[in-house]
Design a protein around this ligand. Structure first.
Ligand SMILES: [Fe+2]
Ligand SMILES: [Fe+2]
Length: 209
Protein backbone atom coordinates (compact mmCIF):
# COMPACT_ATOMS: atom_id res chain seq x y z
CA UNK A 1 0.00 0.00 0.00
CA UNK A 2 2.59 2.58 0.94
CA UNK A 3 4.47 1.75 -2.27
CA UNK A 4 1.41 2.41 -4.45
CA UNK A 5 0.87 5.75 -2.78
CA UNK A 6 4.48 6.64 -3.38
CA UNK A 7 4.18 5.68 -7.06
CA UNK A 8 1.08 7.79 -7.51
CA UNK A 9 2.77 10.74 -5.87
CA UNK A 10 5.84 10.32 -8.12
CA UNK A 11 3.59 10.14 -11.20
CA UNK A 12 1.84 13.36 -10.24
CA UNK A 13 5.19 15.08 -9.73
CA UNK A 14 6.36 13.88 -13.16
CA UNK A 15 3.24 15.20 -14.84
CA UNK A 16 3.70 18.53 -13.04
CA UNK A 17 7.33 18.85 -14.09
CA UNK A 18 6.81 17.78 -17.75
CA UNK A 19 4.00 20.32 -18.17
CA UNK A 20 5.79 23.22 -16.50
CA UNK A 21 6.04 25.56 -19.54
CA UNK A 22 2.53 24.94 -20.81
CA UNK A 23 0.82 25.20 -17.47
CA UNK A 24 2.82 28.35 -16.63
CA UNK A 25 1.63 30.03 -19.86
CA UNK A 26 -1.90 28.87 -19.25
CA UNK A 27 -1.89 30.09 -15.69
CA UNK A 28 -0.58 33.49 -16.83
CA UNK A 29 -3.37 33.69 -19.38
CA UNK A 30 -5.88 32.61 -16.75
CA UNK A 31 -4.51 35.23 -14.40
CA UNK A 32 -5.06 37.90 -17.08
CA UNK A 33 -8.42 36.58 -18.25
CA UNK A 34 -10.60 38.96 -16.19
CA UNK A 35 -8.43 41.94 -17.21
CA UNK A 36 -8.59 40.89 -20.87
CA UNK A 37 -12.37 40.66 -20.51
CA UNK A 38 -12.47 44.17 -19.03
CA UNK A 39 -10.22 45.39 -21.87
CA UNK A 40 -12.40 43.92 -24.64
CA UNK A 41 -15.59 45.20 -22.98
CA UNK A 42 -14.11 48.71 -22.86
CA UNK A 43 -13.07 48.41 -26.52
CA UNK A 44 -16.64 47.44 -27.45
CA UNK A 45 -17.96 50.39 -25.45
CA UNK A 46 -15.70 52.75 -27.42
CA UNK A 47 -16.52 51.10 -30.75
CA UNK A 48 -20.19 51.89 -30.12
CA UNK A 49 -19.40 55.35 -28.73
CA UNK A 50 -17.23 56.41 -31.69
CA UNK A 51 -20.01 55.54 -34.13
CA UNK A 52 -22.52 57.53 -32.10
CA UNK A 53 -20.03 60.43 -32.00
CA UNK A 54 -19.94 60.55 -35.83
CA UNK A 55 -23.69 61.28 -35.79
CA UNK A 56 -23.27 63.72 -32.91
CA UNK A 57 -20.54 65.66 -34.71
CA UNK A 58 -22.73 66.00 -37.79
CA UNK A 59 -25.42 67.62 -35.62
CA UNK A 60 -22.86 69.90 -33.97
CA UNK A 61 -21.59 71.03 -37.39
CA UNK A 62 -25.09 71.92 -38.51
CA UNK A 63 -25.87 73.76 -35.30
CA UNK A 64 -22.60 75.76 -35.12
CA UNK A 65 -22.23 79.27 -36.52
CA UNK A 66 -18.55 80.16 -36.02
CA UNK A 67 -16.53 79.02 -39.03
CA UNK A 68 -13.51 77.87 -37.05
CA UNK A 69 -15.75 75.81 -34.77
CA UNK A 70 -17.61 74.25 -37.70
CA UNK A 71 -14.27 73.30 -39.26
CA UNK A 72 -13.04 71.84 -35.94
CA UNK A 73 -16.13 69.61 -35.81
CA UNK A 74 -15.65 68.59 -39.46
CA UNK A 75 -11.97 67.76 -38.91
CA UNK A 76 -12.80 65.74 -35.83
CA UNK A 77 -15.44 63.79 -37.71
CA UNK A 78 -12.69 62.70 -40.12
CA UNK A 79 -10.46 61.78 -37.18
CA UNK A 80 -13.29 59.87 -35.53
CA UNK A 81 -13.54 57.69 -38.65
CA UNK A 82 -9.86 56.87 -38.12
CA UNK A 83 -10.56 56.06 -34.46
CA UNK A 84 -13.14 53.52 -35.60
CA UNK A 85 -10.73 51.84 -38.01
CA UNK A 86 -7.98 51.79 -35.36
CA UNK A 87 -10.37 50.00 -32.99
CA UNK A 88 -11.08 47.50 -35.78
CA UNK A 89 -7.33 46.88 -36.08
CA UNK A 90 -7.10 46.32 -32.32
CA UNK A 91 -9.95 43.78 -32.49
CA UNK A 92 -8.14 42.10 -35.38
CA UNK A 93 -4.95 41.82 -33.33
CA UNK A 94 -6.89 40.24 -30.50
CA UNK A 95 -8.49 37.89 -33.05
CA UNK A 96 -11.92 39.07 -32.03
CA UNK A 97 -14.80 40.31 -34.18
CA UNK A 98 -15.22 44.08 -34.15
CA UNK A 99 -18.46 44.64 -32.30
CA UNK A 100 -19.93 47.45 -30.26
CA UNK A 101 -21.73 47.45 -26.95
CA UNK A 102 -24.12 50.29 -26.21
CA UNK A 103 -22.38 52.98 -24.19
CA UNK A 104 -25.03 54.55 -21.94
CA UNK A 105 -22.65 57.32 -20.87
CA UNK A 106 -22.01 58.50 -24.42
CA UNK A 107 -25.70 58.24 -25.24
CA UNK A 108 -26.39 60.58 -22.30
CA UNK A 109 -23.63 63.05 -23.21
CA UNK A 110 -24.94 63.28 -26.77
CA UNK A 111 -28.51 63.79 -25.49
CA UNK A 112 -27.17 66.71 -23.50
CA UNK A 113 -25.76 68.18 -26.72
CA UNK A 114 -29.26 67.96 -28.23
CA UNK A 115 -30.58 69.88 -25.22
CA UNK A 116 -28.02 72.65 -25.77
CA UNK A 117 -29.21 73.01 -29.37
CA UNK A 118 -32.83 73.05 -28.24
CA UNK A 119 -32.34 75.70 -25.57
CA UNK A 120 -30.05 78.23 -27.29
CA UNK A 121 -30.89 80.71 -30.06
CA UNK A 122 -29.99 79.63 -33.59
CA UNK A 123 -27.02 81.50 -35.07
CA UNK A 124 -25.81 82.75 -31.69
CA UNK A 125 -22.33 82.67 -30.11
CA UNK A 126 -24.10 81.53 -26.95
CA UNK A 127 -25.11 78.35 -28.76
CA UNK A 128 -21.55 77.90 -30.04
CA UNK A 129 -20.23 78.27 -26.47
CA UNK A 130 -22.69 75.56 -25.37
CA UNK A 131 -21.71 73.30 -28.27
CA UNK A 132 -18.06 73.55 -27.24
CA UNK A 133 -18.89 72.44 -23.70
CA UNK A 134 -20.97 69.57 -25.07
CA UNK A 135 -18.18 68.49 -27.43
CA UNK A 136 -15.58 68.71 -24.67
CA UNK A 137 -17.68 66.41 -22.49
CA UNK A 138 -17.47 63.89 -25.34
CA UNK A 139 -13.70 64.37 -25.62
CA UNK A 140 -13.15 64.02 -21.88
CA UNK A 141 -15.06 60.74 -21.80
CA UNK A 142 -12.92 59.52 -24.69
CA UNK A 143 -9.69 60.72 -23.03
CA UNK A 144 -10.57 58.86 -19.82
CA UNK A 145 -11.49 55.71 -21.76
CA UNK A 146 -8.51 55.64 -24.12
CA UNK A 147 -6.14 56.58 -21.29
CA UNK A 148 -7.29 53.51 -19.37
CA UNK A 149 -7.22 51.30 -22.46
CA UNK A 150 -3.63 52.29 -23.30
CA UNK A 151 -2.49 51.51 -19.75
CA UNK A 152 -4.23 48.11 -19.73
CA UNK A 153 -2.90 47.25 -23.21
CA UNK A 154 0.65 47.79 -21.91
CA UNK A 155 -0.05 45.66 -18.84
CA UNK A 156 -1.35 42.85 -21.04
CA UNK A 157 1.71 43.07 -23.29
CA UNK A 158 -0.46 44.21 -26.22
CA UNK A 159 2.13 46.70 -27.49
CA UNK A 160 0.69 47.17 -31.00
CA UNK A 161 -2.78 47.78 -29.61
CA UNK A 162 -1.34 50.24 -27.09
CA UNK A 163 0.34 52.22 -29.90
CA UNK A 164 -2.86 52.41 -31.95
CA UNK A 165 -4.93 53.48 -28.95
CA UNK A 166 -2.29 56.05 -27.94
CA UNK A 167 -2.55 57.70 -31.40
CA UNK A 168 -6.29 58.10 -30.89
CA UNK A 169 -5.77 59.37 -27.34
CA UNK A 170 -3.36 62.05 -28.67
CA UNK A 171 -5.94 63.21 -31.23
CA UNK A 172 -8.68 63.40 -28.58
CA UNK A 173 -6.42 65.52 -26.37
CA UNK A 174 -5.48 67.83 -29.25
CA UNK A 175 -9.15 68.28 -30.12
CA UNK A 176 -9.96 69.14 -26.52
CA UNK A 177 -7.21 71.78 -26.41
CA UNK A 178 -8.27 73.19 -29.78
CA UNK A 179 -11.85 73.58 -28.56
CA UNK A 180 -10.66 75.35 -25.40
CA UNK A 181 -8.64 77.68 -27.61
CA UNK A 182 -11.61 78.53 -29.85
CA UNK A 183 -13.80 79.20 -26.80
CA UNK A 184 -11.26 81.38 -25.00
CA UNK A 185 -10.05 83.43 -27.95
CA UNK A 186 -13.37 84.28 -29.57
CA UNK A 187 -16.65 82.58 -28.84
CA UNK A 188 -16.98 83.19 -25.10
CA UNK A 189 -16.39 86.96 -25.58
CA UNK A 190 -18.92 87.10 -28.42
CA UNK A 191 -21.44 85.22 -26.26
CA UNK A 192 -20.86 87.69 -23.40
CA UNK A 193 -21.43 90.63 -25.80
CA UNK A 194 -24.66 89.02 -27.02
CA UNK A 195 -25.86 88.85 -23.41
CA UNK A 196 -24.98 92.50 -22.80
CA UNK A 197 -26.81 93.56 -25.98
CA UNK A 198 -29.85 91.55 -24.90
CA UNK A 199 -29.81 93.19 -21.46
CA UNK A 200 -29.58 96.65 -23.06
CA UNK A 201 -32.51 95.90 -25.38
CA UNK A 202 -34.60 94.68 -22.45
CA UNK A 203 -33.69 97.83 -20.44
CA UNK A 204 -34.69 100.10 -23.37
CA UNK A 205 -38.00 98.27 -23.75
CA UNK A 206 -38.75 98.69 -20.05
CA UNK A 207 -37.91 102.45 -20.20
CA UNK A 208 -40.14 102.97 -23.27
CA UNK A 209 -43.04 101.29 -21.51
FE1 LIG B 1 -12.70 59.41 -30.93
FE1 LIG C 1 -13.19 62.63 -30.05
Amino acid sequence: MPQTTKKTATKKAAVRSSGTTTSKTNSQEDKHAPLMQLFTDALKDMYWAEQAIIEGLKKLQQAATNEELTEAFEDHEMETKKHISRLEKVFEQLELPAEGKKCAAMEGILKEADEVIKHTPEGSATRDAGLIIAAQKVEHYEIASYGGLVAIAHTLGQTKAAKLLQKTLDEEEETDLHLTDIAETAINFEAAEESEEENETEATEVTEE
